[in-house]
Design a protein around this ligand. Structure first.
Ligand SMILES: [Fe+2]
Ligand SMILES: [Fe+2]
Length: 291
């Protein structure tokens, strides 16, 4: 065990939360097509991405002897399955808007199938643990500062808030599987984060561009939107750039996800959900409580 302070929260599997996604406007991020489609492009990879994470972890289920880790793996699987279902609903909204979601998903599935059947279990669990590092950091960066999602529609903001909460709850499960039974070479572990990041950013921008084309924007408008909008994500003061320090800590040999504090207003979400039983109000309170 390392000498760092460890921050952990217990995973809770929450089912059938309703975010009323069928009511959101087409450009739900403050009427901004580029920001909307970037988040949509990221969101649409979640259902199959998360099923891929589940399969990667399952490859090691028989090797896990620690009963505590077995339970955490079970919760991880159940949480990710719920996320997949909720984001499937978001995919339906995009499909109803005429977005080529099915085509994107077919390509994604081919890629995941290839990874699972042609590459080693060690490679797959490293990619999964790395992607989980990214999602936990995104969860933090989306909600630490209120201004980041200020213009987002409250229903989508609430969906992402719930997802953020649970990503923080299980952020170290795939990592612990990788460390305890994955037999992952250090170089593979490090490569996995760099590679996952490139894939996620590249595919998100690419898919957002295709969606904007389906929205009716011509090539020049799309180029202008990308040049103007991309710095908001990855510019010197961009939303994702802000997570570079915790991101880079992955590359330290003694890194563990629990070294990072849990987002300050985590309890606000839990408390509001317990009081109202409404995930939209919980998401709103959670977002409001950001700095
Ligand atoms: Fe998830
Ligand atoms: Fe996750």
């Amino acid at each position: 065990m390392n000498a760092f302070t460890q921050y952990t929260v217990e995973p809770v599997v929450r089912k059938n939360l309703n975010f009323k996604l069928e009511e959101i406007p087409r450009f739900w991020f403050g009427g901004d097509p580029f920001k909307t489609r970037m988040f949509d492009a990221l969101s649409l990879t979640f259902p199959d991405g998360e099923r891929y994470f589940i399969e990667s972890v399952r490859l090691f289920r028989d090797k896990i002897k620690d009963p505590k880790l077995q339970l955490r793996v079970a919760d991880f699987i159940r949480q990710e399955a719920q996320h997949g279902m909720a984001h499937d609903k978001m995919n339906q909204v995009m499909k109803d808007q005429g977005m080529p979601v099915d085509q994107f998903i077919q390509t994604l599935n081919k890629m995941f199938k290839f990874e699972l059947t042609k590459r080693s279990p060690a490679y797959n669990i490293a990619m999964t643990a790395a992607a989980e590092h990214l999602t936990a950091l995104m969860a933090d960066t989306f909600y630490s500062h209120k201004e980041t999602l200020q213009d987002a529609h409250p229903y989508v903001r609430a969906l992402l808030a719930w997802h953020a909460i649970e990503e923080m709850e299980h952020r170290d499960v795939a990592f612990d599987v990788m460390k305890q039974v994955g037999e992952v070479p250090e170089l593979t572990r490090k490569f996995a984060l760099a590679f996952t990041t490139v894939l996620m950013l590249g595919f998100t921008t690419y898919r957002a561009n295709i969606m904007l084309k389906h929205d009716g924007f011509d090539r020049l408008s799309r180029l202008k939107m990308t040049v103007k909008g991309l710095p908001w994500f990855v510019g010197s003061n961009g939303m994702l750039t802000k997570m570079r320090k915790p991101y880079a800590e992955w590359f330290k040999q003694d890194f563990h996800p629990s070294q990072h504090p849990i987002i300050a207003q985590y309890d606000v979400w839990l408390k509001t959900l317990a009081e109202t039983n409404d995930p939209i109000q919980a998401g709103e309170a959670f977002w409001q409580a950001g700095k």
